[in-house]
Design a binder for this molecule. Structure first.
Ligand SMILES: *Cc1c(COP(=O)(O)O)cnc(C)c1O
Length: 373
């Protein structure tokens, strides 16, 4: 099998040293292992700028969606109602979770290339006092848009509602002042900006709000409070923990510190992202999201005008040469996506853009030859 780097929003390219941690079969019940879990929980609070008095971190088996489902089904009680703000597939997935679990909800849907308005959220909350919780996505990976959680947090807090944020693809790559913003539950996973491998999600919870959720869970294995209660004692996971993934994640956190934390990592991602967008623009390839709202994680590009090639032709050409890109996910236009998080540096972006240019040129030549016949 030929090796390639992932230009996708997770799983993403990790370092060899992170992968090497998984060569060890760790015992789950001894103190060494439990301590690793406790250290991870502490470090996550630090990254979130959340104090140990007010916040606590819970690790949950499964991919990111399991974490989102855990929060929604554990903290939104049978008498409660959640406002789901959606401007992409991940926001819409929350409505599917609510449908499955029979959670009472309202939606505020926004077009995929627009950010939700705090003003509008304020109006919805004023007009519907039954709403107890509000949830939204920070970096909508569907399009690459970065939503303004700061201004929404303000109106949600002012209205006295619980605020839940899916920061799956941004946490660790974009600095989030969780405590200062008053975010009550924020969710991310091992295989995004912390640069670990897939296998668990994590939730940073306001302790008081988590305590209030006791007994509300609609699922046994995804019970957030239940998971916390066991883990809080000494770091033991309630059910089998993904040991190899946890070891890799602990290493990924160390490497993140060595890089210079969120600040340095965020700067690298932004530089990758800007270079990518500039180089694509030089080739006439435009972004789906405008410059003000484009996030630094992943970018949706329109197909070049009059393009005759399919995504899979382009994908195979680029993959042969060392990089895997991502199909588009917006519904109204032909697009493709390129992620720039993970162990990706300027040289990778330069290489990718050179390959892309070669591909476009090879297509033009092919067309000319067709015309000549
Ligand atoms: C990756 C991601 C998720 C979780 O997706 P999984 O496939 O379950 O890991 C949720 N929300 C956003 C915004 C994401 O980027």
């Amino acid at each position: 099998m030929k090796n390639y780097k992932l230009l996708t929003p997770g799983p993403l390219t990790t370092t060899d040293t992170v992968k090497a941690e998984m060569l060890f079969d760790h015992c789950t019940w001894d103190d060494d292992y439990k301590q690793i879990t406790q250290d991870i929980r502490k470090k996550l609070l630090k990254l979130a700028h959340a104090s140990e008095e007010t916040y606590t971190a819970v690790l949950m088996q499964g991919s990111g969606s399991f974490g989102v489902e855990s929060v929604l089904t554990s903290v939104v009680g049978r008498e409660d109602k959640v406002l789901i703000i959606a401007n992409g597939a991940y926001g819409e997935r929350m409505t599917q979770i609510a449908d499955c679990a029979g959670i009472n909800y309202a939606t505020y849907k926004v077009h995929y290339n627009e950010v939700p308005s705090a003003q509008k959220v304020q109006e919805i909350l004023a007009s519907d006092p039954a709403i107890t919780h509000v949830t939204m996505v920070h970096s909508e990976t569907t399009s690459g848009i970065l939503n303004d959680i700061e201004s929404v947090a303000k109106v949600v807090k002012k209205a006295g509602r619980v605020f839940i944020v899916d920061a799956m693809s941004s946490f660790g790559g974009v600095d989030i002042q969780v405590e200062a913003l008053g975010i009550d539950f924020i969710i991310s996973s091992a295989n995004k900006c912390i640069q670990g491998v897939p296998g668990f999600s994590f939730i940073i919870c306001n302790r008081e709000k988590l305590m209030e959720s006791k007994g509300k869970a609609r699922s046994l294995s995804l019970d957030l409070y239940g998971q916390w209660e066991t883990m809080e004692k000494d770091g033991k996971w309630r059910f089998t923990s993904p040991t190899h993934v946890v070891l890799a994640f602990a290493k990924a956190l160390e490497e993140m510190e060595a890089e210079g934390g969120i600040e340095a990592r965020g700067a690298r991602y932004r530089a990758n992202n800007q270079l990518l967008i500039e180089r694509m623009a030089q080739m006439g390839i435009k972004t789906y999201i405008d410059g003000t709202h484009q996030g630094p994680i992943i970018t949706t590009f329109f197909y070049p005008e009059n393009a005759e090639f399919s995504f899979s032709e382009m994908y195979e050409y680029i993959k042969e040469r060392g990089y895997a890109i991502y199909p588009g996910k917006v519904t109204e236009a032909e697009t493709f996506r390129i992620g720039n998080i993970g162990e990706i540096y300027e040289e990778d972006i330069v290489k990718l853009c050179d390959i892309f240019q070669e591909f476009l040129e090879s297509q033009e030549t092919a067309e000319q030859m067709n015309c000549a016949v």
